[in-house]
Design a protein around this ligand. Structure first.
Ligand code: FEO
Ligand code: CA
Ligand code: CA
Length: 656
């Protein structure tokens, strides 16, 4: 979700309040801006080896061998595009970007064609959803040319979806205009899609419409709540007195795939879907505040009691989780895995640790919130898929503290340990998880500049954390891991688990790059000197690592005004002389942000998502009738359509 949106949605959901929602006094490390030595030399040669290799479905996700040379990953080889903004997308020369799935495309043989003038909720349930964010590819029989695509549909832009809806009014969020059917369509356009796809001999991908796997998940799909918070009193509502079932997932941003072939879909800015006020002196008031509840960006509460805080004060506790979905079984019930904590989850980057435990890295996208990881208690069983299905219900959640000397500690969030006791209002692990943020405040985690996506390079065990921006960090709040006040362009941190052990509590880290325009000294960007006009970017958000271990970064928040360029995809060197060199591969049309990215195991197809094309940019309202672009159809009367693209190299071969 972009920061530049012209309505309450962005400014209040992703950046609630003037100072985020974190009132704790956790260390800003005072005046310490450590001028640190480059730690890479210290790390060389300390990388661990593991025997576990990747298995079903997903590439990587398992550690293999350490780099044996100065340059473990090959450098990029493509001609970069021009940075800029216009009404369409651009991809590097020699590549094709096929529009594979657009909002409203029928997914089932009996689904109606998309008609934006007469859309219904029933139709939307059978058509591709809105604002695609995470995209994952799960091979069928190990194939890079035939598999399942899983896609998150994060949020909706009513002003662009519905004729006559008008521009979004930041003072009103369109509530007065909210109509029952529009809300029903929004509810149906959220969630996710599972689609079977096949690469054709002409290199184009095709959607298999009569696939047995096709599935639409919406904000009303029944889901099971599992793990330590399931069944707790604070999870109970009038329609679910057992606290174990919830309807739907909302604001699913990024995610991940597990090596047992399931999809982790992460609920991010769930707070904006709830309106109304908690009853006075209600026990959930402090919890509610810490997650930014109380200012709705959607009018769902007008028609659904559960989205009204006055009527269902516990309903928000049932959102903000990581949802695990088995795309190979369309009848399976998605599961909200409470053991992984309740935050505004960005994504879920997993790796099989060398001891067989599964470790998931998680970012909480809010100004001054935290980086987390979860380590399972059990071990991944590569020979028995079903044996892994409840692996994510038991384990330890940790939050990161980054120390100025380039070391760091994972602090466990375990009931009864340290301050996480009854004296502080935590009666059980369920309380710790429902109030993950407060637990993290108390143990002394480092307040970050909006942690977005995280990825692990299985070749080197390095972990990459995207910190998108935080313009509200003041001079006296600067610290080594968040080294810039008024950080408008974000930065990327590289972490290394102690001895290559992802379950360990120790790690080392350094800032890989401070983003922004390197030609303006005051910006303080640290791209390599090779990175010139087109290569730099601001606001890193989603990211991917290809099978050769190379880092690709998608951005959210660039615009003509912010950086003189549209959002897009950049390839960033992480090794050797070229470390910190970035190149521009793809850019989105006006108003959009770049999501995905995801590679097939053979690196020959790169899936990208173009989210909210045509959305208003600062000061320029956008409506159904007058959007910033009509990408990708460019037809009168057809609004812009968020879409998933399949990028391939002309004549075949690996991307980049
Ligand atoms: Fe939905 Fe943090 O971006
Ligand atoms: Ca973002
Ligand atoms: Ca994001």
């Amino acid at each position: 979700m972009t920061e530049a949106m012209g309505r309450l949605r962005a400014s209040e959901l992703e950046d609630s309040g003037d100072f985020g929602n974190n009132p704790s006094s956790n260390l800003t490390m005072g005046e310490v801006i450590a001028t640190r030595f480059n730690r890479r030399d210290l790390l060389k040669g300390s990388l661990a080896v593991t025997a576990i290799t990747a298995t079903v479905g997903t590439r990587a996700l398992a550690s293999t061998t350490p780099p044996t040379s100065e340059h473990p990953n090959p450098t990029f080889d493509f001609e970069e595009i021009e940075a800029g903004v216009d009404e369409t997308h651009h991809v590097a020369a020699g590549y094709d970007a096929q529009i594979l799935l657009r909002w409203g495309d029928p997914l089932f043989p009996d689904a109606p064609e998309f008609d934006p003038q007469a859309q219904t909720a029933e139709e939307q349930c059978r058509q591709f959803g809105y604002n695609s964010d995470f995209v994952g590819y799960l091979p069928i029989n190990g194939s890079s040319e035939h598999g399942l695509l899983v896609v998150n549909h994060e949020y909706t832009n009513e002003e662009l979806m519905f004729p006559g809806a008008g521009a979004q009014d930041p003072e009103d969020a369109g509530f007065h205009e909210a109509l029952r059917e529009r809300v029903a369509i929004e509810v149906a356009a959220h969630g996710g899609s599972v689609v079977e796809i096949e690469r054709q001999p002409n290199d184009r991908w095709k959607v298999v419409k009569d696939s047995k796997y096709t599935r639409r998940i919406t904000a009303e799909t029944p889901m099971e709540i599992t793990g330590p918070a399931a069944g707790h009193n604070r999870m109970k509502t009038s329609t679910d007195p057992a606290g174990g079932r919830v309807l739907g997932m909302i604001n699913n941003c990024a995610g991940g795939l597990t090596p047992w072939g399931t999809w982790l879909s992460c609920e991010e800015n769930f707070n904006g879907y709830f309106w109304g006020k908690l009853p006075e002196a209600h026990a959930e008031i402090a919890n509610s505040r810490r997650y930014g509840l109380g200012r709705a960006a959607y009018a769902w509460g007008k028609f659904h009691d559960r989205f009204d805080l006055a009527k269902e004060p516990n309903e928000p506790n049932r959102f903000g989780w990581v949802v695990e979905i088995d795309p190979f079984d369309p009848s399976s019930m998605p599961r909200k895995r409470t053991a992984l904590g309740r935050t505004k989850h960005e994504g879920a980057a997993g790796i099989v640790n060398r001891d067989g435990r599964y470790v998931v890295y998680l970012g909480d996208d809010e100004r001054f919130d935290y980086v987390y990881k979860f380590a399972t208690a059990g071990k991944f069983d590569r020979n028995d898929r079903a044996a892994n299905f409840d692996l994510l219900d038991t384990g330890t959640l940790f939050v990161a503290r980054y120390d100025p000397d380039g070391s760091g500690t994972w602090l466990p969030l375990v009931h009864g340990e340290g301050p996480l006791t009854e004296a502080n209002g935590f009666e059980s692990q369920a309380d710790v998880l429902i109030e993950t943020r407060r637990a993290a405040d108390l143990v002394g985690a480092t307040k970050m500049d909006r942690p977005e996506d995280i990825e692990v390079d299985p070749k080197t065990n390095r972990v990459y954390v995207m910190l998108t921006n935080n313009t509200r960090r003041k001079d006296d709040q600067v610290d080594a891991a968040n080294p810039r006040a008024r950080n408008a362009f974000g930065h990327i941190i590289e972490m290394m688990p102690a001895d290559g052990d992802h379950a360990a509590t120790g790690f080392s880290w350094e800032v890989l790059v401070r983003c922004g325009d390197p030609s303006i000294a005051e910006v303080g960007a640290t791209f390599s000197s090779e990175t010139i006009r087109n290569g730099w970017f601001g606001m890193p958000d989603n990211c991917a690592i290809d099978s050769q271990g190379r880092l690709w970064i998608a951005t959210d928040g660039n615009s003509a005004k912010a950086t003189g360029r549209a959002d897009g995809l950049w390839a960033l060197e992480t090794d050797g002389e070229g470390r910190g060199t970035s190149r521009h591969f793809f850019r989105v049309p006006a108003g959009a942000e770049m999501c995905g990215p995801f590679f097939t195991p053979n690196d020959e197809t790169l899936f990208l998502a173009v989210q909210h094309p045509g959305e208003a940019e600062e000061g320029t309202p956008a409506t159904f009738e007058d959007p910033a672009t009509r990408w990708p159809d460019f037809k009168d009367g057809m609004p812009p359509r968020p879409s998933v693209l399949a990028v391939t190299k002309r004549g075949g071969g690996r991307i980049g």
